[in-house]
Design a protein around this ligand. Structure first.
Ligand code: SAH
Length: 213
């Protein structure tokens, strides 16, 4: 398989045609080897226009969803970003290309361990991973310039919004178990605004301030 050409085609046919414009995001999506974040048997399908299973009943999001969420964070390069739901580590790698430091929280140990290993192999030294209930955020390094939640929540957890800096952006899927709306939350000096981006389907954000198991 020529994975580099697969990536180029994915960027052109799935991202650019659907309106992803941020050049840095397109370049990162064209660079990060997504096939190395899925099991070997699925590698030939890694650049397809769909999510894929990563074990533990979890999924790596569709490339377009990764690009759309990442673009919504408006990263310029010097940010500190919190990710909730490390999963395969693919989204963490894309973020690592675009900001200064990524703090990622995952509740399932086996996934966190595999993601760490893959990120190390690829040399992503600016990603820190913690095994914990991410519905608490990661208080130690707060506030964050951007926060991305890659699992669906019943509502916007206040405890996470509290860890967003003034001027910061956050994206999170909100809804029921079967379908959600991708919501962008922006913290202004005196208020918090929310904008609906699109419909989406994510696995559940399971934890104290999310869904109960
Ligand atoms: N960003 C990932 C997608 C992972 S799917 C990728 O690129 O592969 C969502 C992930 O969120 C799953 O791995 C799931 O275990 C994790 N998750 C769900 N609830 C969580 C919580 N409360 N804290 C941390 N991770 C959580």
């Amino acid at each position: 398989m020529d994975y580099e050409s697969e990536r180029k085609i994915m960027v052109a046919e799935q991202l650019i045609v659907r309106g992803i414009k941020d050049r840095r995001v397109l370049d990162a999506m064209g660079k990060v080897p997504r096939h190395l974040f899925v099991e070997e048997a699925l590698r030939s399908r890694a650049y397809g226009d769909y999510p894929l299973p990563i074990g533990e009943k979890q999924t790596i999001s569709q490339p377009y969803m990764v690009a759309l969420m990442t673009e919504s964070l408006e990263l310029k390069g010097n940010e500190k970003v919190l990710e909730i739901g490390t999963g395969s580590g693919y989204q963490s790698a894309v973020l690592a290309e675009l900001c200064d430091k990524v703090y990622s929280v995952e509740r399932i140990k086996s996934l966190a361990v595999r993601a760490r290993k893959q990120l190390d192999l690829l040399g992503y030294m600016n990603v820190a991973i913690k095994i914990f209930d991410g519905t608490y955020g990661w208080l130690e390094y707060a506030p964050y310039d951007a926060i991305i939640v890659t699992a669906g929540a019943p509502d916007i957890p206040k405890i996470i919004v509290d860890q967003l800096s003034v001027g910061g952006r956050m994206v999170i899927p909100i809804g029921d178990e079967f379908s959600q709306t991708l919501v962008k939350v922006e913290k202004k000096r005196d208020r918090i605004t929310t904008t609906n981006i699109c419909g989406c389907v994510f696995v559940k954000l399971v934890g104290n301030h999310g869904w109960k198991e």
